[in-house]
Design a protein. Structure first.
Length: 149
């Protein structure tokens, strides 16, 4: 009889542990990363120093150009949280590689000379910030990417 009581006690303790884990808010299974394959567009304004492929160096200090550039981002391949594709302003095309963070809320994209950090706002909108820095040029810009149906 004591064996049964000990076994019931172990089962009750195990049930409490499982219940505590379920109540802790830990997901039973991680969510799948957002499928980014498709076409995204964004209109950027930047502050830059020096000449870069998209903007001439007009002065020695920071340039706060009022001109906007529209970029198209085409994600062609995604495997899990990793993806690749291209970006273009209509004149110049760059290769992209990127990854979505384990929390599926943020990520990083590298192009030919810089990087984007992004936050997933919803399944059709990314908030992205671009930067690059080298001896001749520095650029920063934050803007949204919208999925194009």
């Amino acid at each position: 009889m004591n064996g049964w009581i000990a076994m019931l006690g172990k089962l009750a303790f195990g049930g409490l542990c499982v219940g505590a884990l379920a109540a802790s808010g830990l997901p039973a299974r991680a969510e799948e990363p957002l499928n980014l394959v498709g076409t995204w567009k964004g209109v950027a304004q930047a502050v830059h120093r020096g000449t870069n492929p998209y903007r001439p160096g007009e002065q020695t200090g920071p340039s706060f150009s009022s001109a906007t550039l529209e970029f198209t981002f085409t994600i062609t391949t995604q495997q899990g949280n990793r993806f690749s594709g291209q970006s273009s302003d209509g004149k110049r095309t760059e290769n992209l590689i990127g990854a979505i963070s384990p929390n599926n809320k943020n990520g990083i994209v590298l192009d030919d000379d810089g990087q984007y950090l992004f936050t997933v706002r919803d399944s059709n909108t990314l908030d992205a910030c671009y930067s690059h820095s080298n001896a001749n040029s520095k650029v920063v810009s934050c803007y949204e990417w919208k999925r194009i149906p």
